[in-house]
Write a protein that binds this ligand. Structure first.
Ligand code: GMT
Length: 377
């Protein structure tokens, strides 16, 4: 099969999922063509069956807003024609699904049928989707896709609630590739970040308001009063300065390290004892799944798809959004040496339910469902 894979190439979970999916398909002998404006961060080095086509946008002075969607659609057409793509898999509705629709119609006019599968990831629906200026385009692009998937039941339900959707949405959860979780031990020395008697807490995100990074700091400050602990803040984004300020104000500035964006955040998870994810909304929470796969239990909110990933009382514990007291209680409970070992094991075991070998067949089935014999132009 020849698949065009369209995603955001950045650190966000949707780009990571698209990249890992593409790599897994390529390993099975499918040809995967990434179409993005930059090399996806997790694509790594050159490998068989994987190709990268850059969407380059010229900076014509007339354009206050460069028309990325049009350049992307043109690139989709070009790659589909030259590489004889069988289908296009677009991750994130805006603008990928609408550009795919444009590309599909252009190709159709030349007799090339190119089915499109759209995977919804979360913020495209739960945040951007609430903006009425996007609504007609998102609804249309989703309805015009030949297949639509969402990464959790919660996201599927939100999509039906927020948009005029008249097509089936299949839930295909995000996944982990177990090979990424071996050889992580020893990459970093835990002793460089915390002493033996200190618990090491980790948070990873893009520091946007939806992640409530201030709640991470407040929860950590409460926990620090009860047991010796340190916090690693991984990632960057608009709320980082406020979080840094808050840590100083709450007197824990010395115990919190802001590490910025890491090429491989799994290396930080590998030395952590607990992961904190107090998001306002979260369609899935890939970072929480990755933490669990590293044997790190999670304290999170019961928002969106998080309860579908984290089993309360098994692989972590959940609290209401904003309930920092409860999150600090949960963290203290999980970090108790009487409980931590058991929760570490249970976290690992829960993560194995999301093994790529269990999820990849669902995507392949969805692809097969939309494939029809290709007519070349
Ligand atoms: O969390 C973000 O702001 C980034 C966003 C993205 O596009 O990568 O993440 C969304 O997609 C991830 C992959 O499916 C999910 O694991 C995240 O939960 C989801 N983020 C939100 O719903 C806020």
């Amino acid at each position: 099969m020849r698949v065009g894979m369209v995603c955001y190439p950045t650190f966000g979970g949707s780009g990571v999922v698209a990249t890992e999916l593409g790599k897994a398909l390529a390993a099975q002998g499918h040809e995967v063509h990434f179409i993005t404006y930059d090399q996806p961060v997790r694509l790594g080095s050159f490998r068989p069956n994987v190709y990268y086509h850059e969407v380059r946008i010229s900076n014509y002075p007339l354009f206050d807003y460069p028309p990325y969607e049009l350049v992307l659609a043109s690139k989709m057409v070009e790659v589909a024609r030259q590489q004889k793509l069988d289908l296009l898999h677009v991750h994130y509705a805006i603008p990928h699904a609408s550009s795919a629709y444009t590309a599909k119609r252009i190709l159709e006019s030349g007799g090339h049928h190119l089915p499109v599968i759209t995977t919804l990831h979360g913020t495209d629906i739960t945040l951007l989707g609430k903006d009425p200026s996007f609504e007609p385009v998102i609804s249309f692009a989703i309805n015009q896709s030949d297949a639509v998937t969402a990464v959790s039941s919660s996201l599927r339900n939100d999509t039906y609630k927020l948009f005029g959707i008249n097509t089936d949405i299949e839930v295909i959860p995000n996944f982990i590739c177990p090979t990424h979780f071996i050889n992580l031990e020893g990459v970093h020395n835990r002793a460089d970040f915390a002493s033996e008697n200190e618990s090491l807490i980790c948070h990873i995100s893009n520091f946007r308001p939806v992640k409530r990074v201030q709640d991470v700091i407040e929860t950590f400050a409460l926990l620090s009063k009860r047991r010796p602990a340190r916090l690693m803040m991984v990632g960057d984004g608009p709320d980082r300065p406020a979080a840094e300020r808050l840590a100083r104000e709450l007197g824990v500035g010395e115990r919190v390290t802001f590490l910025g964006k890491l090429k491989n955040p799994l290396e930080a998870l590998a030395i952590a004892d607990l992961f904190l994810l107090p998001s306002e909304s979260e369609s899935f929470g890939l970072a929480a799944l990755e933490a669990m796969a590293c044997g790190v239990p999670v304290v999170a909110t019961e928002a969106g798809g998080l309860p579908e990933v984290i089993r309360h009382g098994v692989s972590g514990m959940l609290a209401s959004v904003g309930d920092i007291e409860k999150m600090a209680d949960h963290a203290e409970f999980l970090l108790d040496p009487e409980h931590l070992g058991r929760f570490r094991e249970q976290a690992r075991s829960r993560a194995s339910a999301f093994h790529i070998d269990k999820v990849l067949p669902a995507y392949l089935k969805a692809y097969e469902g939309i494939l029809t014999p290709q007519v070349t132009d």
